[in-house]
Design a protein around this ligand. Sequence first.
Ligand code: ADP
Ligand code: ZN
Ligand code: ZN
Length: 746
Amino acid sequence: MTGQYADVIIDIAHEKVDKVFQYRIPPALAETVYPGVRVHVPFGRGNQEKVGYVVDISKETDYPAEKIKEILGVDEKGMSVEGRQIQIAYWLKSQYGSTTIAALKTVLPVRQKQKALEKKKVLRCLSAAETAQAALECEKKHQRAKARVLAALETEEKLPYELVSQKLHVAAATLQALEKQGYIRIEKETCYRNPVRATDRRENRPVLNPAQQQIIDAVVKDCREGHPGEVHLVHGVTGSGKTEVYLGIIEQMIAMGKQAIMLIPEIALTYQTLLRFYKRFGDRVSVMNSTLSAGEKYDQIERAKAGEIDVIIGPRSALFTPFPNLGVIVMDEEHENSYKSETSPKYHARETAIQIAALCGASVVLGSATPSLEAYYRASLGQYRLYKMKERPGSSVLPAVYITDLRKELKEGNRSIFGRKLRELMEERLAKKEQTILFLNRRGYAGFVSCRACGHVMKCPHCDVSLSEHKNGLLTCHYCGYQERKPEKCPTCGSPYLMGFKAGTEQVEEAIHREFPKARVLRMDADTTRKKESYEKILSAFADEEADILVGTQMIVKGHDFPGVTLVGVLAADLSLNRNDYRAGERTFQLLTQAAGRAGRGERPGEVVIQTYQPEHYSVVYAAKQDYEGFYREEIAYRELLGYPPVEHMLAVLIASRVQEEGEKLGERMAELIRREMGEGGGLCVIGPAEASIGKLSDWYRHTLYLRHGNYQVLVEAKDKLEHFCKEHEQREQTVQFDFDPMNTY
Ligand code: ADP
Ligand code: ZN
Ligand code: ZN
């Protein structure tokens, strides 16, 4: 660390984190002052000595140098839990770009200290025998109420205040009198809000198979030998028993006196999932999610610090739970997009988990049926350890998959959204009283244009991404800015049916009512699940077989186990294929594979129908074969060819401006600065600035600049330069955000 000034927060109380004070670092302390350490500083007019935390180091200061005070000393007690949290905040800020405040608020998520929930207790001050004696004496004096309290306290050292006042009918004045006499003490005890409800803890523990046991043993051995930050990737097909592996690892960590963070995508955080953890670990488990109140969240953090819980389950924000002795961070469904933060700092939970694990001496376990290209690539380079689980335990087998070519259906006169194979199998299910899931990926709505007759998709000639249709009739590439007018006819086959694909879950529901009038249908999408509990309600109604068919968007393919489902239909696989996005192929493969994995989870084997306009697309072909490796080889070759993540790294700079020209100008100056100071020769690629795909949002004009390089730290350096530049040229009504290895395009 080369700077001479330290930013210090004096009070860790969370509401004060936006008050940062600058101090000079005396040369003697240059080596020992870094983000996260506790320092002694003079504070206020009287220069009273206070303890603070260093949150950042810088070379320059905004104050006149003579006015700046000097750090007095470094606290010798070593790194505290809070200090480590601050270290993590500093890492987030430097790796992903954000303000110090935003980074601190990410790791100290509850800003205000919440009022603790307190309960009054009545405690005896004397021994059991003495208390019994005192009770007798009161009885003799006909002080019945006092006698009742003391008699009750003979067997119990302390009692809840309400119990004494209400069940024993003792007045407050009587208790005060007893307290004065020195017989009892009334105390307030803090009790933490515990969102976990007590449950029946009987569970069916399966006997682990060798593949499962081997993974648990390897992770635990690794932890014993101490390789902080070691990453284990479990690639296991859907239903192969990954959750059992996580439970086994966590159990052993707890036995070693360590704690565990269990990350799952918010959408998969269902009661079903939680129950498995509660049954295994009881009330030593807690959850963290967006439905908890601020008070509940604060309490979970306090309980974790106090060693009251061993496991926290939650979405990416649960990563910042301050455990005193963290053993493992498990990340289920590691490929999920929701692991990337959408607000600044735009961190990815995977990389952040690895950093936290390295700091805490913990291990990381990633699990997925369809690992992200990132994770699999790192594993192929030997940076992560890879384990495979290829089979489902017991009699459960992977489903049979059929592909329906929708172009052929149209040619042969079928204009329904149900191809003939899907219709036939749906009828069969209705007759046999088995259940069907119909899946429609509405995410791909963004307006890609394709030919209904031949499946041709309008693409950018320079970028190999699909063009988006804008209201003005122009087709635009969001990577390079290329534009063309939408042709009247398909350039491949001349058909006039060249259009944006539009079909929502509501239309599907209507079509079912029309074509299968007897079927009972449930629909699950963003509209029907707006209310918190409606999501669970729909799922449990379907699990109770109150409907024959469930129609939904990607939210239904996540982690749910419906034993009655033997058929899954994907209505239009192309919807996610043609996003103007280099991750479109990966996302489609993941969705199709996960959707297929929903079929035949019970005793009866399952079938899957994938309907598509592009049956030859590799994402569709490999998903149908459930061949991850085949897909990976093809996809990674494409990323290598184009220099996209994970092979190279990409930094998206998003500029928002009230005045359109100003935003564009700022983008151009930034691009110029990078070209001038870092040069494009050394493998650094600067693309843009260009108008963002959503060019205007709430009256803010958006422009993007993309930088690409094989070395992540080169992009961090570029980000630092741009941050510095923005600080000096700061304008009102302009914001700049950074997004490393973005999950979506802007
Ligand atoms: P995943 O997390 O990979 O989808 P789960 O751990 O949920 O898989 O396991 C799927 C089903 O198989 C669950 O019902 C689970 O109880 C059961 N299961 C897991 N491991 C075994 C095993 N070794 N023997 C028998 N059943 C198992
Ligand atoms: Zn065509
Ligand atoms: Zn292009």
